[in-house]
Design a protein around this ligand. Sequence first.
Ligand code: ADP
Length: 208
Amino acid sequence: MAAATSAQPFRLGLTGGIGSGKSTVGMRLAQRGAALIDADAISRSLTAAGGAALPVIAQVFGNDLIAGDGALNRPRMRELVFANTQTRQQLESILHPLIAEQTRQQYAAAVATGCKLVVHDIPLLVESGRWRQDLDGVLVVDCRESTQVERVMARNGLSVDAVRSIMHAQASRAQRLAAADWVLYNDEGVTIEALDAFTDQIAAWFGL
Ligand code: ADP
């Protein structure tokens, strides 16, 4: 792992399976002064109405991929991507360079403020190997799969099967743990307050 120089922030990759508590940790680190760069939020903004990815998506996949409100027709795109690996790769080849560019801009803005810690919230960090080279370390928020299911059912009102199918499309718990430099265990016995306290310790560790 490369050590950050004094002039550059530490680039921390933050990941975890759905429902692990990753967003809670990311938001807490941001409250403590970290710059949070959220890969999902960038991806959503690129495909929202007026988003930079939409003209290319319309050109490649057709105008019926654009919904009435001008945003990406997500259900239709999901159908196409699930049905065909090549389509998924085509969509990724449009989105990834745009996400990378937005990430670079947000990172440069964080450096300009003299920020000590940049947290890259990347849900699919483990699944998508392209991120690792741009990070100084990876923090995985971890919990048991049964806890993921309980939390996501409660948070999103989804069925067990729906949550399990999302989890099935993500890396396994073991794969994520294997990619971790640090693991924050967030399961039974860890209250939200305790999670916040652990996260504050991590922030302090990075000088925040
Ligand atoms: P992720 O971003 O990994 O999907 P979130 O941070 O959104 O996960 O957490 C999922 C849900 O579980 C949220 O409703 C959150 O408040 C709750 N949660 C996370 N950690 C804990 C905890 N230690 N105790 C109780 N609820 C938790």
